[in-house]
Design a protein around this ligand. Structure first.
Ligand code: SAM
Length: 265
């Protein structure tokens, strides 16, 4: 990490530098899409994910070709969802905390001749955008990197037009209950409470390892905050499915990801 921040002092700054570092390490969620995928999207053959594996149903998207729409990829850079949606015909703005992640979207935009607006910032504060700016928000699994998800839902709802949808990937908090190292071996020992925070729950040894490896710190939000928070922000949940990361042993027992569609009336 070029500049070291203490996660307890400034979690947004720490996680920004951590994600910049994940780009250098080629973390799966930082690797841009190929030219072939962009070409297929230009021919209306495309899909994106909000969670690790299942593509979002096409019925959750409006028809971009009928009339161009304004899409916000919220905490969703890395050269993945945004360029696909731009190639499919949407006007795309990408908002993310990490400059290096945003640069991955710029790489694809330059390579493919796509126009996208890139904006750096914290997902809890969308004050750079006017009320009712977007027809669609795509928010892939990323709110596990902020300590409080409620302002994210409030801000998303504020910048959505009436009739717009917010498509979000969410980590089921059950994932955070167990001892992490044992869970990787397929053993499930409950040792944490929900809401979960890496800030409060990592041992001194684990914390040191995270800092040395530039690992982002995570937070496990309650379902009340994840689902109820969207409703409290004025949205109606109009679609939901669950998903797995098949490599994770816990996937043999429960899907640990949820995708939601929430509509502003
Ligand atoms: C797992 S990646 C998600 C993007 C990826 N394209 C995907 O498909 O999931 C998590 C993203 O959240 C961003 N992020 C973390 N904390 C953030 C914050 N406070 N505000 C905005 N973005 C944040 C990271 O920089 C990173 O790009």
């Amino acid at each position: 990490m070029s500049q070291k921040f203490d996660p307890a002092d400034d979690i947004v700054a720490y996680n920004r530098a951590a994600w910049d570092s994940q780009v250098r390490k080629k973390n799966r969620w930082t690797v841009p899409v190929s030219s072939e995928e962009i070409q297929r999207a230009r021919n209306d053959d495309w899909g994106i994910v909000l969670t690790p594996e299942k593509p979002v149903p096409r019925g959750w998207f409006p028809d971009f070709r009928a009339s161009p729409i304004e899409v916000l990829c919220l905490a969703g850079s890395g050269g993945q969802q945004a360029p696909i949606l731009a190639a499919a015909g949407a006007n795309v703005t990408v908002f993310d905390n990490s400059e290096a992640q945003l640069a991955q979207d710029q790489v694809v935009a330059d390579r493919e001749g796509l126009a996208m607006t890139l904006q750096q910032g914290d997902m809890a504060d969308l004050s750079v955008f006017e009320n009712e700016t977007f027809d669609l928000i795509v928010h892939p699994c990323s709110n596990s990197f902020v300590p409080n998800v409620l302002p994210v839902w409030r801000e998303a709802a504020r910048v959505m037009k009436r009739g717009a949808n917010l498509l979000s990937g969410i980590v089921n908090p059950i994932f955070y209950l167990f001892d992490d190292q044992l869970m990787e071996k397929g053993e499930f020992k409950v040792c944490h409470k929900i809401p979960y925070s890496d800030l409060a729950s990592l041992s001194a040894e684990q914390r040191q390892a995270f800092l040395e490896d530039d690992e982002p710190f995570c937070f496990g939000h309650t379902l009340t905050d994840q689902l109820g928070g969207q409703v409290e922000a004025g949205l109606a949940i109009t679609g939901l499915y669950e998903d797995c990361w098949s490599d994770w042993p816990i996937s043999d027992y429960i899907p640990t990801f949820i995708a939601t569609k929430a509509t502003k009336s």
